[in-house]
Design a protein around this ligand. Sequence first.
Ligand code: PEP
Length: 256
Amino acid sequence: MRRYLVAGNWKLNKGPAEGAALAREISELLQGRKLKGDVLVCPPYVTIPAVAAVAQGDPVLTGAQNCADQDQGAYTGEVSPAMLSEAGARYVIIGHSERREYQRETDELFVRKINLVHQAGLKAIFCYGEKLEQRQAGQAQAVVKAQLEGVLPQLESADAYNTVLAYEPVWAIGTGETATPAQAQEIHAFSRQVVADLLGAKVAEYMRILYGGSCKPGNARELIGLPDVDGGLIGGAALKAADFVGIIDGAEAAAG
Ligand code: PEP
């Protein structure tokens, strides 16, 4: 019912030459395969055109890791969603825990950014998830609910077509520690219920909710095979073509 999405977040890695080479390697490994889901790579801004020249959706799409909260004007150093679209991006990651932490980004900013992403005809991947101390205090569901409530109802338009969610427990990002299948399924099912309450049952039924946090070839099939997990947002393992494609293989196997 929901097509999986496996999305690579390259973070601050791979300039244009290296990025194009990695995208080419991934595309070649997937050559001729008819996938049951979608595959996306999100390089740094400057690498997007080089990657988009290689990854134009057959089957690998190109995305961005961030965008401005304004569409043009005197905002030094910023890049708008419309510019990203022109450069070849089809998705934009918003709300990643690293931007929440290091750039102090807030719900209000996420709302402005996602609205512009949608206005540019792009899809947003909205990330959320609790920190270790919040989970240990038994607050995981409350934190996740507040993060979704802080953004989704404020959007001008949010539907299962233009918005993807990515549950990323902060304690699992880049740590090698992965949520257990039970932990992941619990929060994904809970998130879907929150989406149903905020945006309606139909949207919740079709909205894709990705898992992120030390996803790798060895655990992808089990995680992505969970009833409410619709793919993965992949950090470290997205930087090696064989590992990234191994995760796609896991998603394909999970899709049956
Ligand atoms: C991420 O940063 O979105 C992520 C999931 O990273 P990693 O796969 O390296 O844990």
